[in-house]
Design a binder for this molecule. Sequence first.
Ligand code: GTP
Ligand code: MG
Length: 450
Amino acid sequence: MKELQYIQDEPIVALATAWAESALAVIRVSGSLDLLEPCFSNGEKLKKAKSHTALYGWIIDPQTGVELDEVLLTVYRAPGGYTGEDSADISCHGSLPVIESILTALRSAGYRDAAPGEFTFRAFLHGKLDLTQAEAVQELVKSKSHAAQRLALRRLNGSLYDRIDTVKQKLLLLSASLGVELDYAEDEAEVSRDSYIPTLKAAIDEIRKLLETYRTGRLYQNGVRIALAGKTNAGKSSLFNIFLREDRSIVSSQHGTTRDYIESWIEIQGIPVSLFDTAGIRAADDQVEQEGIRRTEQILGSAELILYLVDGTEGLTEEDINYLENHECIKIWTKSDLNQKPRPDGFINYSNTTNEGFQEIENAILDKLKGDGFSLDTEKVVIDSLRQKELLERCQASLQEALGQVEQQYPADGIAIEVQDAMQALGEITGELSSTDVLNTMFGEFCLGK
Ligand SMILES: Nc1nc2c(ncn2[C@@H]2O[C@H](COP(=O)(O)OP(=O)(O)OP(=O)(O)O)[C@@H](O)[C@H]2O)c(=O)[nH]1
Ligand SMILES: [Mg+2]
């Protein structure tokens, strides 16, 4: 077995907050409180401090005795606290020299720098978190929207673990029955297989439901790419600015105003959206504009959703018709505050001036996402890591195989192997049975200090 990247019995230290000037910073140590005593103005008090208590004092350089900062120590004793080890959070002032000098003092006292994710890894090792919760910590720290935050919190409180564990417990019973069948294969005793099929079908169904949530999970975590397209002067940049609620993109009556595409993050009902304003499509002589149009085509090719704008006062041109015939878009008929040409079917009437139709555009986006199988219910348990998805698929395949064998009255040993494999996959999701590689990769992606 490969070595774990973390050496577990060494005391560690890291800055848990950002390496930037701020009012306060938090430095975290884990694995020993004894080493902290010579660095704290009141070592005796620290020695006697109970878990989950706060101590006021100074961090001092253990070599020179020089005071470095006035701090508050939050003390945790094993098996309490985040890591389940003797540990402390040091709240100090958030100046870079203060942070640096405290870190140097702690290193000289015997703490080594923690690797990314090492605190959470220790929490996992000490049974404070299962792997789905550890992943949720990472997702929470990186969440881009309130919805992503809520979904990560649901997993953090163990709801995914509970669902997987329920399936596992049922498979465990099934596995026990198969064991009995195998043990008594030579005997006459008949073991009833009646319950196997409903148990397997229920497990497959539950795994399928979890798998279906993957796209939703990815959507909330990574966001969706939406591009604004259309001819010059259709009103793309104006709509872009309305989505952003700021004057970000240049708007003018001159055709071909936007040349380079502009990207910005927005949120639509909690879904993170990476929105692109692009160059209006037209036959251009200007080289810079041509390059802009080429880039626009790239963006449109990679977007998951295109909002196609047509200037309602101009009406449809051949280029519009051509484009719309070949691409699936949400179609918008702009400038409804002006005298428009008759609006063709399927277009949302919209004005950048009065905002008429904006809600309809948002609804059309949400409907489109729902049509693509995304659930917008953030109260549900949702998976969003590729690791979890692949393991669930492995579990599902094994259960399908087991079901087929049961239906065809195959011998118990082959079925038992499939059920074992399904349980193994579930165990890897929660981390009860995980290879070193998985642990190294997973925790390696964490932020420093977490
Ligand atoms: N009255 C009215 N004018 C609009 C509306 N939308 C855009 N305009 C005007 O139309 C002109 C073009 O708007 P833009 O948002 O720059 O259009 P664009 O599609 O980004 O144009 P390019 O960048 O050239 O491709 C500007 O003068 C806007 O003020 C609208 O809904 N009503
Ligand atoms: Mg523009």
